[in-house]
Each structure stands twice: as structure tokens, then as C-alpha cells.
Design a binder for this molecule. Sequence first.
Ligand code: KG4
Ligand code: ZN
Length: 522
Amino acid sequence: MSASIRPMEPRHLREVLEIERSSFASPWTEGAFLSECDTGPDREWVVIESPWGVLGYAGVAIMVDEAHVMNVAVREDARHAGLGLALMSHIIEAAALRGGVRMTLEVRPSNEAATALYERLGMTAAGLRPGYYSDVGEDALVMWSEDLCSEEMLELRRSLAEEAARSLGAFEGVVPSRPTGLAGMPGDDLVLAIETSCDETAAAVLRGGREVLSSVVASQVDFHARFGGVVPEIASRKHTEAIVGVVDEALERAGVDLADLDAIGVTHGPGLIGALVVGLSYAKGLAFATGLPLVGVNHMEGHIFANLLADPELEPPMVALLVSGGHTSLVHVPAWGEYEVLGSTLDDAAGEAFDKVAKVLGLGYPGGPAISRLAAEGDAEAIRFPRAMMDSGDYDFSLSGLKTAVINHVRHEREAGRQIDLADLAASFQAAVVDVQVAKSVRAAKEHGVSTFCIGGGVAANPVLREALREALAAEGVRLSVPPFELCTDNAAMIGAAAHFRFWRGERLEPSAEGVSDLKLG
Ligand code: KG4
Ligand code: ZN
């Protein structure tokens, strides 16, 4: 990932204005940019585009043989990385190509860094323009270059061009100055989030990353139920049919227009590739049409952020147990946005085990809710199912053996002509899953010395798991945070919460980004 110089387009203006306002006491207005930045034979306006958003911009106007630098700025968190030099080298080259011979610009004499940069570019002080900066009545220093086409200037530009290209290519982001905590996150930004990683088409609008103004989830469960699981081709087709209506409804319920939004967040992995692509393409289209910044969210990070929506005080360091239809992992979260996966399932995910066992028992799809309802009536100690990897000493899980044990038990009982008590079976199976998850969760919390633990994913809606975890963690002095039931299963509100955080940190999805079915956390 690196930065590159591109022509300025209207879609850049929102970010350009943000940089302009935070850089100058008398910033240009949006109208001024719109009327000026139309690249033509007598002018050139460019931005530095990067995965972290627009990092700077510059514009030059050329009248006959005189070029005048209209505006130059670099985003505050991207300064001191050679980007100003890259912008100015580009602008000088563009001016020379358009027939500019002399070049002038105004700079505040107090801005020593800028003055030094222009000197490096071969410009010299030509005089003062009194009271030019009306905000403080400061004089402007006029700098100029007498002949952009002289041998000396050409040589200077050649040597600087290499340095400029290196600075752009090697630009590695603004990570050190990015915030990791949530303190100071603006409370009024509006984010539209879109989620289509599996079998729910979802959209939500959030204010300030915490306040859910709307959350629409169109479940496809009925279409997959007859096949006993998610059929990827059906999922993509249903997402395509539903996405427009779901997004419109989310905006309408929130009472906002696209024009009110500050960013669009979208799940770009992990998930079914054909399903991810639908939400991602739609989000890209919206971002392109509106000029809104696009932010990519990892679906599993979304499941962690779902906790924040019910528990605004939630603060890392913490450990999270992520248990869904596709994933089962224990994750150490030292700070928001930083993840260390401690262990995962080696075969089936927890939700998958619930779904497969339910299928064998003829309980339909999805199996989790059906099994947990039945289990509430049964005896968890009726059948002793294996607790795989309970003492393996790591944080990995294995659930396929348990699933086989349940299937064998059912077959055995049927062959013996005995009636199966479904409630006892469901409760015993659930207890075997829960026991291992609780034991490993407690050990992970203790070993990492955290006092906060959170859970996410569809299986986190399981009441027995929630209660068992709460009790076991409390005995170790660890507080358990849980998302509300409706935010455990897939939804876009959780994606919006994570998107808001990443938007605030200045992260952006490149226009060419694709869905990543096995996107890793971290
Ligand atoms: O997070 P989710 O909605 O989708 C994925 O990202 O996979 O999780 C869906 C999974 C399904 O396997 C479903 O059976 C399971 O969550 N699930 C439950 C419960 N509710 C949903 N599993 C156990 N107990 C529940 N109450
Ligand atoms: Zn999920």
C-alpha cells in the first residue's frame, strides 16, 4: 500500500475541505474549490490518494507563461514524510508542461517548513505583500522561480523527482499518530453500514458509532432452511434482490438522506465470497456516486464491536470469544483495533455444530435457537458427551467429534428401539459445547491478565453459554460484557460501530479492494 498523485475530483472535496479547514485560518470554501479545481489547459489540481484517504492536495494556475501556485496542503498526520515535496515537484512539472516559465506563490513568513521546502525547489524570496493574510494581518512572503525551464531547474527537478517517487511509494500510513482508544471520537458523524457476508442482508445507520438510528436485517433463513444450511448461490441472489430495499429502509427509518452521511462502512470479509461481493459492490457504487469515504470492516471485528453498543464503557484490554456459524475463536484485544487470535476451531465452528446436530434431530435450520429452546427443558447430565481438547493446554477447539458422538448416540438408541428424549439430548450436547468454551475462556482471561471479557457471534445468544461464562468469569474477578440478543446474530449495526472507529482513524478502503473470504483479524 502506498500513496499516489491523482487529478482532484469532486469526490475528493469532502476530505480536501477537512484538511483545508484544519490547516488554514482563512480556509477556501467548497464553492471556491469547485470553481477552481476543474483541471484544464490553464490549471492543474491534484490530490494524494492513499488507503488512508486523501493526504494532501495542490493546485496551480498558468496565465500565458506565468504559473501561480494557488494552494498546497498536507494532512496533519501525514506531514514530515516528503509528501509536500512530492506534491510541489508534480505541480512544477505540470506548470512547465503547460508553458509556465516563471512561477510565484505566497507563503506565511512564519511557516518555516514551507519556506524551506520552496527553497529546496529552487524558489527564492521576491518580496512582501503587506497584510495579505487578513485573519492576523500578516504579510505574505512572495517566492518565485525565474525560469522553470533552465538547465539548472531541470536538473534539480530530475533529482527531486526520484526522492518524491520514493516518498510516495514508501509511505506507510499514519499509524503512530492514530488513536487507539475511543476517547475523543466525534459523537455526531453519521455512518451507513452494509453487511452481506452470509445469509442476512443488513443495513444500519449509526450516529457517533454508538447510537443506532436504524438497523434493518432481511433474513434469508426461509430460503436456506429447506436445504438444511446456507446455499452460497442462493445467498448471493437473495442479497442482490434485497440490498437496494434494505439500504433505503435503513436510511428512511433513521430519517437521513445520503447527503447527510459522513461515511459508508461495509463488511469486506470474512464470509461467502459471492455474498460479500454484493454488499461491497453496492457500497462502492454509493461511495463513488456520493463522494463519501468508504471504510472496510472485518465481520469478526463487527461481532466484537456489537458489545460496545450495549456497553458504552467497554474498554480493552480484554479477551473475546467469537462463536458463530462460521467461526469459533478466542481473541486477545489489547486495544481497539488490535487483535491477537489465541486459538480457533480445528474443524467445525460452534454454530455449525448446533446446526448439524439439529439437522440430525430433524429440528430444522438454523439449529442453535431450536436446540437451546429444547435444552431448557432437558437434563444436561443425562448423556455424557466428550469434551474434546478440554485439557489440550492451548486455545484451540474441535467440535466434529462431539457432532459424531451425538449422531452415533441417536443411531444406537434408534437401533435399540428406544425413544430418544430430545430435550435431554439437546441439553447434554449444549453442555459439552459450553463446558469447553467456558474453561478455555477463563484460562485465556487469566493468562492475559484482563478484567474484561466479551462475546460475539450467533452462538453468543445462547443463554446457557452466557450464564455459565458470567459465573465462571465472575469467580475470577472478570466482568463479562454481552451484546443484546438481536446484535449477536449478523446485523449491520455492529459493522457501523466498527466502521465509525476505522473512519475516525482515517482508514479507507481502496476503490479496487475486493471481498476477502478468509480475511484475518488484526
Ligand atoms: O453470527 P451468525 O449470525 O452468522 C455467522 O456469522 O455465522 O451466527 C449464526 C449461528 C448459527 O449457526 C446459529 O445456529 C447459531 O449462530 N445460533 C445459536 C443460537 N442462536 C443462533 N447457537 C446456539 N444457541 C443459540 N441460541
Ligand atoms: Zn457473524
